[in-house]
Design a protein. Sequence first.
Length: 268
Amino acid sequence: MNMILEAASTLDNAMLEAREMERLTLRFPDLSLDDAYLIQDEGIKLRSIRGEKQIGLKMGLTSEAKRKQMNLGSPIYGVLTDRMQIQEGSTFLLEGKIHPKIEPEIAFIIGRDLRGKVTREEALAACSGVAAAMEILDSRYIGFNYFSLPDVVADNSSSAFFVLGKIHNFTGDETDSKFDLSKIDLGKLEMSMEVNGEVVQRATSDAISGDPVMSIVLLSELLESRGLTLPAGSIVLAGAATQAVKMEPGMEIRLSVTSLGSVSVRVG
Ligand code: OOG
Ligand code: MG
């Protein structure tokens, strides 16, 4: 078995068995970022063999807060599948997870294919909607810390689960009369994440890539460098605005975002 397949299957087993593993670069010290994305691709193939469908992509390390928390320098992406999506307001069970953390995000729905270098305006024009969102990360590596960029990319950028609030469609949704993109600055939304009613993380949405729409611009470029397109219909998580918070039993976690509303999960 070659290194790419072996690494992907080791990571996949760690996830399925909810077991921490040694980081890949201890075993493969020369692991490149390109190879790491190939390992990520193989990991997604293993999930698709089990019936999972790719429904989106997530950007990671798009905020200074996250780059500092993880001590890593540049934005990365990962893949989201249908089985990673959990329902708003539902109970998230810690059983079967390794050491999950949750973080406040903004999600976009991509309305038409995007490829290569695009402007902010082109990226926004390709979106059909936006929502408040939270991502639940669950690194497969021991201690959820001190890994390198290739380690985290190979591990699908720590993706585990995500939850979306109400999707505000930019066009054709007459029931959502309050939402008017021309009156909203997506870079100036107040985001506040509460645990059991107490604010634990707070930021303005410009913490994400200077403007969360810029995460889509970055994602399109990252995909293009690998010969890929950002497909219409994708859900895109723009990256966390603040550091992630460790999930503990009994927590009721709610993110509120101005103009977008709130989204919550309970930890069981
Ligand atoms: C890497 C993934 C980072 C974000 O939103 O910045 C990420 C990690 O923190 O393990 O999802
Ligand atoms: Mg994230």
